[in-house]
Design a protein around this ligand. Structure first.
Ligand code: SF4
Length: 370
């Protein structure tokens, strides 16, 4: 497996791709946005930004599911654990995400039964092992994670297992960003794992309605450079398309069975994104026939609309909309660091600030690339 992956970070191939990128010779500044925390991790880890021509900039958008999870949802998760005595099953990244009432980790420290899971299916095991307790799966993530959650919802028979839904869809956030006045984007790299499930169809709106190049890319350096090359060629040709640079995993129509299952389990609704706001048709909720499994319904909990998502001085909203780079936030690596994250972008390995902190090569790195 390692040998195969090494092929996708092979220096010779990387150099060939960089030469091809140079050869496109784009004569104006170009800004490409990716919407995936794993892409950011690879870009930062391999110093891909520094390898690109001066006029080609790659910026991070809202690609971290942990970062965009509203603090009101975190607060509900905490209340369920502390006030209702449920076992909260959550992905490890969620534990340290700050909210005005503390993080799930803080709740665990004062007695909340919060269990780290590695797959949504772990929640079924926890429910089976604890028949006398209620178990709530905190459902955070984009389409790829939502697919696994739909499978758990459909297959689980445990009456003591319910779901706190906070999943989001990627394409509506991209369309939303196109309407942000002072943010100019020339093309999108989209996450290969999301398109492996959902296919490319729902991204056709970008070339067709917005003349915006879109390329689905994998997660190794070669994948990302190929994605950048394909976008630059579209820009050069003045012919926007929706293309696939990740053919070893992504089929044009995605995974029809997975999509069908998600359609059976979820409705798509407007949803709030931390630091960004309410985006139409960007969130999943359980369908009416799965109401008994909806933790909000089961425990009679409602959302607190007045929740505050951004602490004073936090610039995560600007990071998640690609307007600034992490070092532009005055808290970066001072009062905000991975040990004591002040904002959500510093918590998870998918958070832009976390990746920049982890892989910054020197403290003298240029402050901004916008
Ligand atoms: S440094 Fe911290 S507060 Fe500033 S944008 Fe990043 S995560 Fe948010």
């Amino acid at each position: 497996m390692d040998e195969v992956l090494n092929l996708y970070s092979d220096k010779t191939v990387v150099k060939q791709l960089l030469s091809a990128i140079d050869a496109v010779s784009i004569c104006r500044p170009v800004k490409i946005m990716h919407v995936c925390g794993t892409h950011e991790n690879t870009i930062s880890r391999f110093g891909i930004r520094e390898l690109l021509p001066e006029q080609v900039k790659v910026i991070a958008g809202p690609g971290c599911p942990v970062c965009v999870c509203p603090s009101e949802d975190i607060d509900i998760a905490i209340r369920l654990a502390l006030d209702k005595g449920v076992i909260l099953a959550a992905f490890g990244d969620m534990l340290r995400v700050p909210s005005p009432h503390g993080s799930p980790m803080d709740a665990k420290a004062i007695g909340g039964d919060i269990r780290v899971i590695y797959s949504p299916f772990d929640s079924i095991r926890i429910a089976k092992e604890n028949p006398d307790k209620e178990v709530v799966l905190f459902c955070v993530g984009f389409e790829t994670t939502a697919c696994g959650i739909a499978s758990v919802v459909q297959s689980s028979k445990e009456k003591n297992l319910s779901f706190l839904m906070s999943n989001r869809l990627i394409p509506p956030s991209m369309e939303f960003l196109l309407g942000v006045g002072d943010l100019y984007i020339d093309g999108f790299i989209i996450p290969g794992h999301v398109t492996a499930v959902m296919g490319l169809d729902e991204y056709m709106i970008f070339p067709e309605a917005y003349r915006m190049p879109v390329v689905s890319a994998g997660f190794e350096p070669v994948d990302i450079l190929l994605g950048i090359l394909m976008i630059l060629k579209q820009i050069k040709d003045k012919n926007a398309r929706c293309e696939n640079a990740y053919k070893r995993a992504v089929k044009e129509k995605g995974n029809p069975k997975a999509k069908e299952m998600m359609t059976q389990v979820f409705d798509v609704v407007s949803a709030y994104w931390r630091g960004i706001g309410r985006i139409p048709r960007s969130g999943f909720i359980l369908k009416e026939n799965y109401r008994e499994k909806d933790a909000l319904y089961k425990f009679g909990v409602s959302k607190n609309k007045s929740h505050i998502d951004l602490h004073p001085g936090c610039s995560c909203h600007l990071i998640m909309t690609g307007k600034i780079s992490p070092p532009d936030c005055s808290l970066f690596e001072s009062s905000c660091n991975p040990q004591t994250p002040y904002g959500p972008c510093m918590v998870s390995y998918e958070g832009t600030c976390n990746s920049w902190h982890k892989y910054r090569r020197s403290k003298g790195v240029k402050r901004t690339f916008h």
